[in-house]
Write a protein that binds this ligand. Structure first.
Ligand code: F6R
Length: 312
């Protein structure tokens, strides 16, 4: 289905992006959408099937859902969850396991039925993994598919643990983690040497089948990969770019994570700018870099109007 893109300034963006002034505000908005979905399905006597992510990114969303459960009676009795991934091998009671993460951040604080919680099993023998992965996919399918999948994005462009090279139609499987992903996880494990080299993850294809997909990203650290995912060409080198093919995906960003998108980084390319706050200088530096010339070799008119009015 074609996407209606009415804003000229977003023309480099190949999927819908919503930018919030802070991570806290964005997290509240995503939690509100999840709560609304749960309540509307509950009202119809239906269960909500959620795809969940771990990591730093969704912590504020889970905190708000817990708050709504405790203060506003939001119930998880009719919620079924499937987590994206788990390290392999991994014991569920280990501090770094995604089972521990989900218990600490959500499940131990809400009224979810434990039988409705699904997280890839990091304790399986290698020869049991393939059958487990197939069963994980089938369970999701039998329940009618994921209503909503929430995602973070790794600096490699991974979604779930679908690292560069992953296929758009990949299913749940055992994968090898990218070196950068293991670096980013090293603090949690007290050194990179302790980070597992593998993980079980839902595939890009599994994620793609969800009826709604929300990818969240916060902070400057994510800005370069967010730009590639939103504005770059679709490629297995940045698996998140496959989301451009979905007509039910939305990226939810804070200002820092959105800062490298064209409309914020080089706004003069896509809209009329109010030339304040150093924007003129930024534009001149950008121009000099783009045409690969020293600033003083740019046409004098540009330098006098943009940076140095008193140039003799
Ligand atoms: C976690 C997951 C990963 C993370 C990503 C971002 O279940 O699937 O794709 O979402 O690595 O991690 P954070 O949020 O820690 O920056």
């Amino acid at each position: 289905m074609a996407r209606l893109n009415l804003l000229e300034e977003t023309r480099y963006e190949k999927l819908p992006v919503t930018v919030y002034s802070s991570q806290a505000e964005a997290s509240l908005a995503v939690a509100a959408r999840i709560a609304k979905l749960i309540k509307s399905k509950e009202a119809k006597g239906e269960k909500t099937v959620l795809g969940l992510a771990t990591g730093v990114t969704p912590i504020g969303v889970y905190a708000e859902l817990v708050r709504q459960h405790k203060k506003e009676g939001l119930s998880f009795k009719n919620v079924i969850t499937f987590n994206l991934d788990e390290y392999y091998p991994m014991q569920p009671n280990a501090a770094q396991s995604y089972v521990t993460f989900m218990n600490e951040n959500l499940f131990s604080h809400v009224d979810i039925d434990r039988e409705n919680v699904h997280i890839p099993d990091g304790t399986l023998a290698k020869d049991k993994v393939a059958a487990f992965c197939l069963d994980y996919e089938q369970k999701i399918t039998k329940l009618g598919g994921l209503d909503l999948q929430i995602l973070g994005i790794g600096r490699t462009g991974h979604i779930g643990f679908n690292e560069p090279g992953s296929a758009p139609n990949s299913g749940t499987r055992l994968v090898t983690l990218d070196d950068l992903t293991r670096n980013d996880a090293s603090r949690d494990f007290g050194g990179k040497q302790n980070v597992p080299t593998k993980a079980i993850t839902m595939g890009v294809g599994t994620i793609f089948k969800a009826r709604e997909i929300i990818l969240m990203a916060w902070s400057q650290k994510k800005a370069p990969i967010v730009k590639k995912a939103v504005e770059g060409e679709i490629s297995g080198d940045v698996p998140a770019t496959f989301l451009q093919l979905s007509d039910h995906v939305e990226f939810v960003l804070d200002e820092a994570a959105a800062s490298s998108l064209t409309r914020f980084d080089t706004p003069w390319l896509v809209k009329d700018c109010s030339w304040e706050n150093g924007l003129k200088k930024k534009a001149v530096i950008w121009l000099a870099e783009t045409v690969d010339k020293p600033i003083l070799n740019l046409p004098k008119k540009i330098i006098t109007t943009m940076v140095w009015p008193s140039l003799p």
